[in-house]
Design a protein around this ligand. Structure first.
Ligand SMILES: Nc1ncnc2c1ncn2[C@@H]1O[C@H](COP(=O)(O)OP(=O)(O)OP(=O)(O)O)[C@@H](O)[C@H]1O
Length: 336
């Protein structure tokens, strides 16, 4: 698997997530979906967010674009982007930033596209801030459809979303997101609804366009192979926390957290022996209404010992420059 060079530690990030906690209020109690998240999105780089279903990836992605559900509450922390704190931006603030500095590609392109409006009209509408003529906007729409390699782009302006294939619809969504020339593009599992060939094409396209436009990308995925292919940096999430983060190279070649190691062991691309069933990590996620006191992964961890139950691990520096939320990475354990 190819991995790309990582951001240097001195590079100023586009976005800094600092101690972010997000709760969901439900009739059955408060779900602590994000707990004290610290990470940075480097300028002009791709950050991958991986982890099992329910670990908080989408909540983090939606926090970055101010689209959290109504029952969500920012319980602490900040999301710094320039002079803004995205975690506390009101509706008026988001009207200025969303679709200009921050854009999103969704899992299902039909979520983003209006089914009863032509592609062309939607691409004109999204340029409502631009003081250029209608024909110039149309020309830009065609140009961006060509950028995402849609054949015979001009003719697609008159098409409705249902007249395009799933892969083409996702390309239209990418074109629309890039039309707004965002600094930050959030892609929440954008290839999940596509088959493997289309997935590879969309990933290659995203990488090419990200390099061309120079924006930062946050790429949420279950698929480790895709993340290794596309991302410069990776954050691994478990039970609402970041348990390991660092360069894609360090995480895929020298994973330190037992959860990252277990995820990689379950990755179909890495399994050499043909088996009928894919391995899974034994056990289940803890109840996020009452997250465990010590290490959140300890009940499923083959290495857990007494300290893991007593003490919540901080992010220790890992051997290959990553940060690891595991007492095994505590330098004091080596010294003991
Ligand atoms: N609106 C909501 N109300 C209550 N709980 C929610 C809400 N949205 C998400 N959750 C809960 O928050 C936790 C994190 O969910 P989230 O969707 O962020 O995880 P995820 O890693 O993106 O999962 P998936 O890969 O399945 O999308 C889960 O326990 C989920 O059930």
């Amino acid at each position: 698997m190819a991995t790309h060079a990582t951001a240097t530690a001195t590079e100023e990030p586009l976005v800094a997530v600092e101690g972010l906690s997000v709760d969901f209020d439900t009739p059955r109690g408060t779900i602590q979906a994000l707990r004290d998240i610290d990470l940075t999105v480097p300028k002009g780089k791709v950050l991958g967010i991986v982890g099992e279903s329910g670990c908080g990836k989408s909540t983090l992605a939606y926090s970055l674009i101010g689209l959290l559900a109504e029952n969500a509450r920012v319980a602490g922390g900040a999301i710094r982007m320039g002079e803004h704190d995205l975690a506390r931006l009101g509706a008026a603030g988001w009207r200025d930033l969303r679709g200009t500095r921050v854009a999103m590609i969704f899992q299902d392109p039909m979520t983003a596209l209006n089914p009863v409006t032509t592609i062309g009209q939607q691409m004109l509408d999204i340029q409502y801030r631009d003081r250029i003529s209608r024909s110039e906007k149309r020309a830009r729409a065609v140009e961006f459809l060509e950028q995402v390699q849609i054949p015979d782009a001009a003719s697609k302006l008159d098409a409705y979303p249902h007249q395009l294939s799933g892969g083409m619809r996702q390309r239209v969504c990418i074109a629309m997101a890039l039309l707004t020339q965002p600094d930050l593009l959030i892609a929440d599992e954008p290839t999940t609804a596509l088959d493997a060939t289309l997935e590879m094409q969309i990933v290659a396209l995203l990488r090419e366009l990200q390099q061309k436009f120079g924006c930062s990308v946050v790429f949420v995925s279950h698929h480790l192979g895709t993340v290794a292919e596309l991302c410069d940096d990776v954050a691994v999430m478990y039970a609402g926390e970041v348990v390991e983060r660092g360069s894609a190279r360090s995480l895929f070649h020298d994973p330190q957290h037992p959860y990252t190691q277990a995820l990689l062991d379950c990755d179909p691309a890495r399994i050499k022996i043909a088996t009928r069933t894919l391995p899974t990590i034994p056990g289940t996620l803890p109840d996020l209404r009452q997250p465990p006191r010590g290490c959140a992964f300890r009940a499923r961890c083959p290495h857990a010992w007494g300290r893991c139950e007593r003490e919540h691990p901080p992010l220790y520096p890992g051997a290959a420059g990553q940060r690891v939320r595991c007492h095994l990475s505590d330098p004091a354990e080596d010294a003991a």
